[in-house]
Design a protein around this ligand. Structure first.
Ligand SMILES: *Cc1c(COP(=O)(O)O)cnc(C)c1O
Length: 422
C-alpha cells in the first residue's frame, strides 16, 4: 500500500470519510485521495513522493502558485509578531484598501474567515437592508454551505447526488427561490410572483461550481436591471471570480455594479479568509455602525491579511490578458486531443479557468452541464493522475491555471492527454 492509502485508512477512523471537505475524497472518480506533503510553484508532492502538476491550486486561491516567495515572506513576518490579537491590526487596512481600490463596486469591506461566512452574512445584510425575506439563487451555483443556499448547489452535491441535504429544515429554504443560470425569463417570472418580498439575487457572475459556465450576453445586465426595478439587492458571489476573471473581478470585466460582493479564495493568498463588501450605505448597516450583527474571533487575522495583501499587490502587476490567452490555447489543445480520440467535448473557458465537459451539447446551465458523461471524465481523471497531472476529482469543477504554470507544464499535460485510452 502507498503512503496515501495508509494515511487515508487512518484518517477515515478519525475524520468522517477521512476528509474535511467531501469532494477531496475522490469518490466520484472512484479513487483514493493523494495526501499532499508539499507544494512549490505549479507542483505538488504527495506523501509517497509523486510530483504532480497542479490544476486544482487549492480550488482556486493559488493564482500565484504554491509558496510564492513574497507571499510566504509576508505571512512569516506577520506570524513572528503574533498569530492573532482579536483587536484591530494594520494588515486589515492593507487588504481592505487593496480590495476597495481594485473592485469598482466595493466601497467598504468586512473580513471573515471563509466564503461561506461571506455569503451567509451578505444575505443577512441584504434582508436587513431591504426588510424583505426571499433570496433568489441560480440552480448549480454554489455559495458555500449556508443552510438556505444548499438547494440545487452544484458540484459537491451533484457529484454525491444529494438533492439539497438532510439537516436543513424546510422552513429554512422556504424563502429560497431557484432559477436556471442564464435564464432571465425565469428570473422575471419569479419577480412577477414574489417581487415584493425578494431581498436579493445572489449569483456567481461566472459560474464555477457546475464546471465553468460563463454568463450569456445580457444575463448579468438583466439581473442588475430587474433587481433595481424591484428594490432588491444584487449580490455577486466573486469567491472564485474575484481577482481571477480580471484584477477587477467579474464585475470589472463585465462592467456590472452589484450592491454587494462576496470574496474568498484568492484574497487570502492560501490562508483561510473570506470577505464581503459593497456600497457604504449598505455596509454601514453592520454592527457596530448599524443594527445587523456579525462577528468573528479570528476575523481580520494578521497572518491571513498579510498574505492576502501581498498577493493582491503582486497580482496588480501581472498580465492577466497574457495568462488568459495562454490558458485558452492550452485548453483548446486539450480539447482537440480528446476529440481526436472520438469522445464528445465541450470547452468552456474564461480568464484562467476552464472546464472540459464530455458532451456534444453546449453547456450554459446546470441541466446541460449534467449531460457530461462522468464515466469518460473518470477515465480522463485517473489516467491523467497516473501521469502526474492533478485535476479536480469531479467533472463539475474548474481547471485552474496560475501565473506560475509554464508553457512546459502545459506541454507536459498535453503529452499526457495524448496517451489516454477511452
Ligand atoms: C468556494 C466557494 C464558496 C465557499 O467558500 P469557502 O471558503 O469554501 O466557504 C462560496 N462561493 C463560491 C462561488 C465558491 O466557489
Amino acid at each position: 500500500m502507498t503512503d496515501s492509502s495508509l494515511l487515508f485508512e487512518k484518517a477515515r477512523q478519525l475524520i468522517p470519510g477521512g476528509v474535511n471537505s467531501p469532494v477531496r475524497a475522490c469518490k466520484s472518480v472512484d479513487c483514493e485521495p493523494l495526501f499532499i506533503s508539499k507544494g512549490y510553484g505549479s507542483r505538488i508532492l504527495s506523501e509517497e513522493g509523486q510530483e504532480l502538476i497542479d490544476y486544482v491550486m487549492s480550488w482556486g486561491p493559488l493564482l500565484l502558485g504554491h509558496c510564492h516567495p513574497e507571499v510566504t515572506r509576508a505571512a512569516r513576518e506577520a506570524v513572528e509578531h503574533g498569530s492573532s490579537f482579536g483587536a484591530p491590526c494594520r494588515q486589515e487596512i492593507d487588504l481592505a484598501e487593496a480590495i476597495v481600490q481594485a473592485l469598482p463596486a466595493v466601497e467598504m469591506v468586512r473580513m471573515v474567515n471563509s466564503g461561506t461566512e461571506a455569503t451567509m452574512t451578505a444575505l443577512r445584510l441584504a434582508r436587513s437592508f431591504t426588510r424583505k425575506n426571499k433570496v433568489l439563487k441560480c440552480v448549480g451555483c454554489y455559495h458555500g454551505h449556508v443552510d438556505s443556499l444548499l438547494a440545487e448547489a452544484g458540484s459537491g452535491l451533484a457529484t454525491l447526488c444529494i438533492p439539497g441535504t438532510p439537516g436543513v429544515p424546510e422552513d429554512t429554504v422556504k424563502h429560497t427561490l431557484l432559477a436556471p443560470y442564464n435564464d432571465l425569463q425565469a428570473v422575471e417570472a419569479l419577480f412577477e410572483n414574489h417581487g415584493a418580498d425578494i431581498a436579493a439575487v445572489i449569483v456567481e457572475p461566472v459560474a464555477g461550481n457546475m464546471g465553468l459556465v460563463p454568463p450569456q450576453e445580457g444575463f448579468l445586465q438583466g439581473l442588475r436591471e430587474i433587481t433595481r426595478q424591484h428594490g432588491a439587492l444584487l449580490i455577486f458571489d466573486e469567491v472564485i471570480t474575484g481577482f481571477r476573471m480580471s484584477f477587477a473581478g467579474a464585475q470589472g470585466r463585465f462592467g456590472i455594479d452589484p450592491d454587494l460582493t462576496c470574496l474568498g479564495k484568492i484574497i487570502g493568498g492560501g490562508f483561510p479568509v473570506g470577505a464581503f463588501g459593497g456600497k457604504k450605505q449598505i455596509m454601514e448597516q453592520l454592527a457596530p455602525c448599524g443594527d445587523t450583527y456579525q462577528a468573528g474571533t479570528l476575523s481580520g487575522n494578521p497572518v491571513a491579511m498579510a498574505a492576502g495583501a501581498a498577493t493582491l499587490q503582486i497580482l496588480s502587476r501581472m498580465d492577466y490578458d497574457q495568462l488568459e490567452k495562454r490558458t485558452q490555447d492550452f485548453a483548446a489543445g486539450l480539447k482537440s486531443i480528446l476529440e481526436a480520440k472520438g469522445v464528445p467535448v465541450q470547452l468552456n473557458c474564461l480568464g484562467s479557468a476552464f472546464t472540459l465537459f464530455f458532451t456534444s451539447q453546449p453547456v450554459s446551465d446546470f441541466e446541460s452541464a449534467k449531460t457530461s458523461d462522468q464515466r469518460l471524465f473518470q477515465t480522463f481523471y485517473t489516467q491523467m493522475r497516473r501521469q502526474n497531472i492533478y485535476l479536480a476529482p469531479s467533472g463539475f469543477e474548474c481547471t485552474f491555471t496560475s501565473f506560475v504554470h509554464t508553457d512546459q507544464d502545459f506541454q507536459t499535460t498535453l503529452d499526457a492527454a495524448e496517451n489516454i485510452h477511452f
